[in-house]
Write a protein that binds this ligand. Structure first.
Ligand code: XUL
Ligand code: CO
Length: 437
């Protein structure tokens, strides 16, 4: 890039909580220390290539509205490489350290496997150079196994073994690209790994094939020496009617069933949690309890329509709920907060790329502040510990260690009489949470 794509934007900086500049942070103060770490290191923000650079902002009723003056609209590698320059200018100006990509977001698909590989390699080379220059890092890479027509009936779960081969080819090369770029992780999101109707589907075979694809990826990871973390990203539906990676618990069961659990963690996305009929906290807690919370796709939906709208997460309460879980787990290791989020169709100007990320970053930073105050206060955690304290007594221990029989417990119940029940105090605790907002 010889000319800047955003000449009117300087590096976005913290301006204070009452700042009135739209292009400045009000909550995100990257170097401010909270609970022993800088905000930057707690939050590990990433911007995603697919929404930030490639989403035309179309919807099922209308064409794309996004203005991208740097893009000539062709499928050329040259155009793809020019976009990379724009993306890195954006990352530096918004002060985001990480990014994520699919193979097909960054490089055009070719006429055959070899041409696609050459295209990808050329763009990866450009990205590598930009990363060196800017110090930006790759949070995770992935293969897009859902856009092309050949994947209409699934990729790893296709009824046709030939399609499975194409999926494997893409995973191989996307994994190698992620490795070359020093990626901290690699994501599998099963966009088409499910069914439209069970009437034409052999679910048992399909789940087994998907597990094979993941095992092949684990083998290849070891073959090439990639040390990054593998993740599965749960989502219940959209585009399919039912997806095999429906929610965190379903993914954990799948990974256990096929001996994959030691190789994978989960990448939990808010909008997907909601589509599954869960809260984000539920999905994060489920993953954490299995030691499998890895990374987060930070976005949100619209409660009233139930779609995967990938809004920017601009709600600080949601941010606090998420960051409470992240703090509880002791912080991210390979993971981070990837904004898998797109601007609204009405927010079509290039400058809206900045406004949307700033709003998301500020809300998550605000959430971190709230969460760390709640943790420091300790009241909510103490309440829960106290609520279960009887399980730490002699009777609880006997039950948990397995030394009490049902007969023993019958005698205990007769001795105890009617238990003295404490209140759950939900509303009081919600009030305590709100004190820190
Ligand atoms: C789709 C989605 C994907 C994954 C990566 O809903 O979330 O963008 O994050 O394939
Ligand atoms: Co996602």
């Amino acid at each position: 890039m010889t000319t800047e794509a955003f000449p009117d934007v300087r590096k976005i900086a913290y301006q204070g909580i009452d700042g009135d500049q739209p292009l400045g942070f009000r909550r995100y103060e990257p170097e401010r220390m909270i609970a022993g770490k800088s905000m930057r290191d707690h939050l590990r923000f990433a911007s995603c290539y697919w929404h930030t650079m490639r989403n035309p902002l179309a919807d099922p009723f209308g064409v794309g509205t996004s203005q991208t003056p740097w893009d000539d609209g062709t499928q050329s590698v040259e155009n793809a490489c020019r976009r990379v320059g724009v993306f890195f200018e954006f990352l530096e100006k918004i002060d985001i350290d990480f990014f994520c990509f699919h193979d097909r977001d960054i490089a055009p698909e070719g006429a055959n496997v070899a041409e696609s590989e050459r295209n990808l390699e050329a763009v990866v080379e450009t990205i590598e150079a930009e990363m060196k220059k800017s110090g930006r890092r790759l949070l995770w890479g992935t293969a897009c196994l859902f856009t092309h027509q050949r994947y209409a009936s699934g990729a790893g779960t296709s009824p046709l073994v030939d399609v499975f081969c194409h999926a494997a080819a893409q995973v191989k090369v996307a994994l190698e690209a992620t490795h070359r770029l020093g990626g901290e992780g690699y994501v599998f999101w099963g966009g088409r790994e499910g069914y439209g109707s069970i009437i034409n589907t052999d679910m048992k075979r399909e789940r087994r094939s998907l597990a094979r694809l993941l095992h092949l990826a684990v083998d290849h990871k070891h073959r090439i020496g990639f040390k990054g973390q593998f993740y599965i990203e749960p989502k219940p539906k959209e585009p399919t009617t039912h997806q095999y990676d429906s929610d965190a618990a379903t993914c954990l069961n799948f990974l256990r069933e096929f001996d994959l659990l030691e190789h994978f963690k989960l990448n939990i996305e808010t909008n997907h949690a909601w589509l599954a009929g869960h809260t984000m906290e539920h999905e994060l807690q489920t993953s954490m309890d299995a030691g499998a919370l890895g990374s987060i796709d930070a976005n949100m939906g619209v409660w009233t329509n139930g779609w995967d709208t990938d809004n920017f997460p601009t709600d600080p309460i949601l941010g606090a709920q998420i960051m409470r879980c992240v703090l509880k787990m002791g912080g991210f290791t390979t993971g981070g907060l990837n904004f898998d989020a797109k601007r609204r169709r009405e927010s079509f100007q290039p400058i809206d790329m900045f406004h949307s990320h700033i709003a998301g970053m500020d809300a998550m930073a605000h959430g971190l502040e709230i969460a760390s105050k709640i943790q420091e206060d300790g009241g909510l955690d103490a309440f829960i510990q106290d609520r279960y304290a009887s399980w730490d007594g002699p009777l609880g221990k006997r039950i948990l260690e397995g030394t009490a029989t049902l007969g023993d417990l019958r005698d205990e119940a007769a001795r105890i009489g009617e238990p003295d029940l404490p209140s759950g105090r939900q509303e009081m605790l919600e009030g305590v949470f709100n004190r820190f907002v």
